[in-house]
Design a protein. Structure first.
Length: 378
């Protein structure tokens, strides 16, 4: 079995950087352009390299795993009020299947970081046990979770003991009325309790993800930042992306990164953070001279695809090379059909080899993926 260190090391050791960011390996194929490109995957054979490389030289080391497509909130920009038709239970990977795939990812493919998401990952039964199994893998991946935080307060200590390293909590408003209007649930108190418990359990830095929606919560940009600063949380605003189940995304309703910075600048002085961005999606800004920072993830207006280090696994066992992929590869069939670990690893490598240059949201022919964010894993 190939150790993750040697897999990633092999991939990055001779590499050059695509735009000075993220992992990269020099394959002699074109650097990632700003505009769309289908990439040379169809005509260029995949080199004999154990890591998850693509034709543009990027190396995926960060795995997002969706544990369920179910959620206990109904954020208006994500899901309709009535919810969605959930995945049939027999299609959702079992804990054993998930652990096997994560073992392949860290042991053979060079994945170093795993983030659990959904849907709402806390709805997955016995999640603490799954976390303990993931953090026992060799080499041990860094493990984080993206959650709405509901119910986390009672479980924070157990998650910390199981080895969870960090959490990101989604919070779009600290005003109970706005929170309920956006999420269609009166659960703000539970989220705030979850945040505090995460901090108290040492799952730091505790990050908050916020999406601003025009006319809904864009007047709360500064109050969200004040709340984060007062409580020692790291706030990041995410531009709204065309990934809602209703396909109702409208560019004119999206609050852009520039607008977010303008809104924050009415109350705070922002200067670019000197910290290296690497493959991280957030542009970071020092607040009032620092050391506190705020992040903005400009997924739509300033895409960072050239530095992307991510590979994704859905709860029903599909590997995706991008949030916006319109195709994906079914690993569940392989898992349940008796394929070997190396067979599965090779199919995963092939999928990532075909990763496109960018998400193409700003291109005329952009097509929103059929799977919504809640099913892909945000
Ligand atoms: N339930 C978990 C949570 O609330 O964090 C994990 C899944 S949720 C889909 C992950 C993140 O995606 C949340 O921060 C949510 O606000 C964000 N999100 C959902 N739909 C989005 C969209 N269309 N554009 C940008 N972010 C979105």
């Amino acid at each position: 079995m190939m150790a993750a260190e040697s897999a990633a090391g092999h991939a990055t050791g001779h590499g050059h950087s695509t735009g000075g960011t993220g992992n990269a390996v020099n394959l002699g194929t074109p650097a990632v352009p700003g505009a769309r490109s289908s990439g040379p995957a169809a005509t260029t054979p995949r080199p004999d390299n154990p890591a998850l490389i693509d034709t543009f030289g990027r190396v995926a080391t960060d795995l997002r795993v969706s544990l369920t497509d179910k959620c206990n909130l109904r954020c208006s920009y994500c899901m309709p009020a009535e919810g969605l038709e959930w995945m049939p239970g027999d299609q959702v990977l079992s804990d054993d299947e998930l652990v096997r795939l994560m073992d392949i990812a860290v042991g053979r493919l060079g994945v170093t970081d795993i983030r659990l998401t959904g849907g709402e990952p806390l709805l997955r039964p016995h999640l603490e046990d799954l976390v303990a199994r993931i953090t026992s893998l060799e080499p041990r991946p860094r493990l984080s979770m993206t959650t709405n935080g509901i119910g986390f307060a009672k479980r924070a200590e157990a998650f910390a003991e199981a080895g969870l390293d960090r959490i990101n909590v989604s919070l779009d408003s600290v005003d109970p009325e706005t929170f309920e209007r956006i999420t269609r649930r009166d659960r703000l108190r539970h989220v705030l309790d979850g945040l505090a418990a995460a901090r108290d359990a040492g799952l730091e830095p505790v990050k908050i993800n916020a999406v601003l929606i025009r006319g809904e919560n864009d007047h709360e940009a500064t109050s969200l930042l004040r709340f984060a600063l007062e409580n020692g949380y790291h706030l990041r605003f995410i531009e709204q992306m065309p990934l809602d189940a209703q396909h109702g995304w409208d560019r004119t309703n999206m609050i852009t990164a520039t607008e977010i910075l303008d809104l924050l600048s009415t109350e705070f002085t922002l200067t670019p953070s000197p910290a290296e961005r690497g493959g991280a999606p957030a542009e970071r800004w020092l607040v009032d001279g620092g050391p506190a920072e705020v992040g903005v993830i400009p997924s739509v207006t300033r895409p960072f695809c050239a530095a992307c280090e991510r590979t994704r696994l859905t709860a029903d066992g599909a590997v995706r090379s991008c949030l916006f992929s319109t195709d994906e590869t079914d690993l569940r069939m392989l898992l349940r059909g008796g394929a070997s670990d190396e067979d599965i690893a090779n199919v995963w490598r092939d999928t990532m080899w075909g990763k496109l240059a960018g998400h193409e949201i700003n291109e005329a022919g952009f097509a929103q993926p059929l799977r919504p964010m809640s099913s892909i894993g945000g």
